[in-house]
Design a protein around this ligand. Structure first.
Ligand SMILES: [Fe+2]
Ligand SMILES: [Fe+2]
Length: 214
């Protein structure tokens, strides 16, 4: 009917000239936006259900989980080697400053254990299996297991290991970027603690033997 067409054209003209929608138009636009939002949520739920067997890995996961799991298993090996080295140093610390330094070694060993647990947990969330196999552990680890002779040697070796961990964890954080925020945040937290460890060791080294520091 011509009357109806005119009415529609007038409505369209009003809409064009009116700027941002007001009143009923605005409400209609809001309803459309809400409808789209509901559609998006339904789609998200559908994808989540579809991949439920993959646990925390959803369709929106932008990285190859296999690659992330492999990287995390290397970080796990690094932490385990650090625990073993700190434990050895804790039990072998002797000399006049042994008590203070041994307490520091033990604290670091316990914190590395927490890191290992966090990483192992995240590996399972990503659908992988944490590798605790002693076979090849030193090869998978980024840092080395060095026993060290004197107390100063031990601190020096631990400092080297922490610096290596800082380097490789920074690399992992950059690799994860915005593509796996949960893993990245975990690794950032661990990285911050390795930096604290390195700082503690540097201070011990400077106090015990200034000539060997740096
Ligand atoms: Fe650690
Ligand atoms: Fe550390």
């Amino acid at each position: 009917m011509p009357g109806q067409n005119d009415e529609r054209r007038r409505a369209e003209r009003r809409k064009k000239n009116a700027g941002p929608a007001k009143g009923p138009e605005r409400r209609k636009a809001d309803r459309r936006a809400r409808g789209q939002f509901v559609q998006d949520v339904l789609e998200l739920r559908r994808r989540a259900r579809q991949h439920i067997e993959k646990g925390a890995v959803t369709g929106g996961y932008e990285l190859d989980p296999t690659a992330v799991i492999a990287i995390l298993n290397e970080a796990l090996a690094t932490e385990i080697v650090c625990i073993l080295r700190y434990k050895r140093h804790y039990f072998m610390a002797t000399g006049i400053h042994a008590q203070t330094v041994a307490a520091e070694f033990l604290q670091h060993a316990n914190e590395e254990q927490t890191h290992a647990d966090q990483i192992a947990e995240r590996i399972t969330q990503l659908g992988g299996a944490p590798n605790f196999d002693p076979e090849g552990l030193a090869m998978r680890s980024h840092s080395q297991y060095v026993e060290g002779g004197s107390l100063v040697d031990m601190i020096r070796e631990d400092l080297v290991a922490e610096r290596i961990a800082i380097e490789s964890y920074s690399e992992i954080v950059r690799f994860l970027g915005d593509k796996d925020i949960t893993t990245r945040r975990m690794m950032e937290g661990i990285l911050a603690m390795e930096e604290e460890h390195a700082d503690d060791l540097m201070n011990l080294l400077t106090t015990l033997d200034p000539s060997k520091a740096g």
